[in-house]
Design a protein around this ligand. Structure first.
Ligand SMILES: *Cc1c(COP(=O)(O)O)cnc(C)c1O
Length: 342
């Protein structure tokens, strides 16, 4: 069976780069949403804990339940239910959300400073805060998400300023001791100085990627995940000129090319590469092997005879080929694939 390896060394290396950007590891919350960006929720949660991280961010309640014993603080971004636990913190994404919770639930208010996705708008903030006060709810945090932290533009600075103003002029007059946070990976590495008081929510950088505008000076990080395929059979009868796989896009030039079928396909999240990239061999494995024919649902042919073939140890090339971001390739990796730490 195909499998995924998780490099503990690389993960710890990246977390160390993150810790260098803050005053204390207490400020670091690892973002483990969506199966830890495809890396495996439970595996990454345990590694983060081993490193000394005390805070995590997840998408929903089910993810929180899976890691509830591992962290002192778990922020649920898109809650789909309520369980009362001291270490659970529920995001208020809209005014309606405020009516969903009782007095003993930890809440954090997400303010929309320009992303225009989820969050309370600055215009609604007074209303939201009065509602929270009147209902004697337990507000514990106030945060925002930046729209273009990974692009060169002034929007980030506008959002930062708005967030600061709202915090100082509205929040501080009603609540104290709130957990304040705004930076994701790009925001953290883009900020000129160390982040001294806020919590940071770090996703992609911990997994070894920081994309975005290349002129932004980011440190080099180390991708954590590798995908491996296992050989399920060889193609030993090939003759010169044979065409291989769906569409017959690859032609055998040398019958001595040793081709094998590997048990990884687009059903596993190894996406179907465009024909031109197969023909021109844009995509290569770390050892220089390339695909023959199109990616099938459950299998792919490579010019290799190895029993275990490392298919990639970084998704940056694939993200470029598919004109997307590393996040999308990573989260697309099937949960079925076995993950193990190396
Ligand atoms: C996904 C997410 C993050 C993490 O972003 P990265 O770019 O992966 O660091 C942080 N905050 C919120 C609200 C998110 O949804």
């Amino acid at each position: 069976m195909s499998y995924i390896t998780i490099s503990k060394d690389n993960y710890f290396y990246n977390l160390q780069r993150v810790v260098e950007r803050v005053e204390s590891i207490e400020q670091v919350a690892v973002v483990l949403k969506d199966n830890a960006y495809g890396h495996g929720l439970s595996i990454m949660a345990n590694l983060a804990k081993e490193f000394g991280v005390k805070r995590a961010v997840v998408r929903n309640l089910q993810e929180a339940e899976e890691i509830k014993e591992l962290f002192e603080y778990i922020l649920i971004l898109a809650p789909d239910g309520v369980v009362e636990r001291e270490n659970y913190f529920y995001t208020i994404n809209s005014i309606d959300d405020i009516y969903k919770y009782g007095k003993n639930i930890n809440l954090e208010l997400k303010i929309d400073t320009g992303m225009h996705r989820l969050g309370i708008s600055p215009m609604e903030l007074y209303f939201a805060m009065n509602l929270i006060k009147n209902r004697s709810l337990r507000l514990r945090g106030f945060f925002t998400h930046f729209r273009e932290a990974d692009e060169l533009s002034s929007t980030l600075f506008v959002q930062r300023e708005l967030f600061k103003t709202l915090k100082e002029n509205v929040i501080d007059s009603c609540f104290n001791d709130l957990n304040i946070h705004s930076n994701n990976s790009a925001g953290l590495f883009r900020s000129g100085q160390k982040i001294s008081s806020e919590m940071v929510r770090v996703g992609i950088a911990s997994y070894g990627y920081l994309s975005g505008d290349n002129s932004l000076k980011f440190p080099s990080l180390k991708p954590v995940l590798s995908l491996w395929g296992e050989r399920v059979g060889g193609l030993n009868y090939l003759k010169k000129g044979f065409r291989v796989g769906y569409g017959g896009v690859s032609k055998v030039e040398n019958p001595k090319d040793r081709l094998s079928v590997y048990d990884i396909g687009y059903a596993d999240g190894f996406k179907r590469l465009p024909e031109k990239d197969i023909v021109s061999r844009t995509f290569q494995t770390p050892n220089g092997n390339y695909l023959y024919g199109k990616v099938s649902m459950d299998s792919t042919i490579f010019n290799s005879h190895k029993e275990d073939l490392e298919i990639f140890n970084s998704v940056s090339d694939l993200a470029k080929i598919f004109n997307t971001i590393e996040y999308e390739i990573l989260v697309g990796l099937s949960e079925r694939i076995k993950r193990r730490v190396i």
